[in-house]
Design a protein. Structure first.
Length: 202
């Protein structure tokens, strides 16, 4: 018998679809704005991968009401200062609800949205440029695990490979201005290296 620790992409998508249905109901119940980020956005803008959770940016004031709404639907939640993790019978979270005000980068990225069809639902999602900026922001974080940083770079590379439009590249660099001095130049270098197939340095 062979045990698989990581779900196949179609299995992950079926799992995400059921979680997304409950999240959308909770978001409607609490009248909360939201925007899809994370692995589902990576799959939409780049290439499908077996992400096992749904990541959303939401207003900070909606974190507690959303947590309560998800608990009423049979989920467990764990609150942090700027986010709520949602669980359903496993140690891994099935959804991360992150306050869009938790950093200038997240706040600005949350403003750049397009409506897409995701898992059969029409939802707001960050644009490719905003997604690239968020992934770069994660990749350069000093507290992020190395394996997660590698995944961030892969996600950006897949967007670049699919074709990052000039206006979206410009948007990513503009959002990067909110990170640290020199961030736009570092991001531009990363994008150029990925486009040319060169090794990337963080």
């Amino acid at each position: 018998m062979v045990l698989r620790a990581v779900p196949l992409p179609h299995e992950a998508m079926e799992h995400n679809a059921s979680v997304l249905v409950d999240l959308l109901a909770a978001l409607t119940e609490t009248s909360s704005e939201f925007v899809v980020v994370g692995g589902l956005a990576a799959g939409y803008h780049g290439r499908l991968r077996a992400t096992i959770d749904v990541d959303l940016l939401v207003p900070k004031r909606k974190l507690k009401p959303l947590a309560a709404a998800m608990r009423r639907r049979g989920y467990e939640t764990k609150a942090f200062p700027d986010m709520v993790r949602v669980y359903r019978g496993t140690p891994e979270s099935v959804a991360d609800l992150v306050a869009r005000e938790s950093s200038p980068t997240l706040k600005e990225a949350a403003r750049h949205v397009e409506t897409v069809t995701l898992l059969g639902k029409r939802v707001p999602m960050v644009t490719p440029g905003a997604f690239v900026a968020l992934k770069f922001h994660a990749a350069v974080s000093p507290t992020r695990q190395l394996g997660d940083k590698y995944q961030d770079i892969v996600d950006v590379e897949r967007v670049v490979t699919r074709k990052l439009a000039p206006d979206q590249r410009a948007l990513a660099l503009t959002i990067a201005e909110r990170m640290y001095p020199g961030a736009p130049e570092d991001l531009a270098r990363m994008l150029d290296d990925l486009a040319a197939g060169r090794p990337v340095k963080l």
